[in-house]
Design a protein. Sequence first.
Length: 398
Amino acid sequence: MKTELLKRAFKYRFHPTNEQAAELSRTFGCVRKVYNLALEARTVAWFQRQERVNYNATSAMLTQWKKTEELAFLCEVSSVPLQQTLRHLQQAFSNFFEGRAKYPRFKSKKRTRRCAEYTRSAFTYRDGALTLAKMKSPLAIVWSRPLPEGAEPSMVTVSQDSAGRWFVSMLCEDASVRPLPARDTAVGIDAGITTLVTLSTGEKITNPRHERRDRTRLARAQRVLAKKEKGSRNRDKARIKVAKVHARIADRRRDFLHQLTTRLVRENQTIVIEDLTVRNMAKNKSLARAISDAAWTDMRSMLDYKCRWYGRNLVAIDRWFPSTKLCSACGTVQNKLPLNVRHWTCACGATHDRDVNAACNILAAGLAVTACGAGVRPQREPSRTGQPAAKQEPLTAK
């Protein structure tokens, strides 16, 4: 039986010619226009006539729009990205009707990500040269790493970020991604701000605070932007400078998280984390900036897909589990434990580092879930063993 290979996207920067940049900019605008027109048509049909319009209907509308004088410019770009944006809209409505997302919103010229998606019929890839539809020459790609040997892109996404950088993402089958050899180690992770993660082994990894390191540069660029006249060329130049500072911060943060999560996945068979509601936590005005800079959501996302790639187990325990106030030695829950208390002593005599103790409790709770399928909420009624499920599993794997 043939094993299905994992599909993986490889993203690279490229430097388009003036002609290619103009063609891609027109494509981005047409993609946004078609999406908004289709969304408006589907919204009117649903709220006025209670009629559901599907992808086939919007595709037929697109054919009619191209025949009108007002929208004749849609014929100047490749039709594939326009069809793909209709498919994305169909998926957005499916997610809405199934309760997985909110109602689709219109794309904005200033705030929406500029991108276009090309399927296999709209590009050619030969000998490392990628040529898109409606273009005469291949893209000048900066090959920071090679594609998998023998891989052929099945889909290409071209995008431009707010800093003006151009990127191309190629979806390929990657035979090198396969489960790693099994290990008998497990680790609990307690996320923090000063210390980004504390492991149940006692190791602490300091938060690099990338945004704080560039805060002076960012503030200076933002002050210059605030003094420029709206709509002027100088304001647009200043906006790009601000965007470049943000891009530098995001790139460094992403690189650090990739290195950290890859190391955790390679060294451990089971990884246990907390199911944090970062969006609600970021509503704290005093900590919102620091929480956003820590990027806990990105770290969890990376752990999630890397564990699936390499055959590891990722366990997320309940967000209400009292990992910090629970003594990992005797199981006693403290009534109060203010944030300024970093070390505390339990009535049983055990002295704890706040973060290491929380990581050990997170690991115990995760092992209890995997061993007996028990929950990790504080129990209202005692169990048959007299201990919460999180304490029924000994801390043998560290």
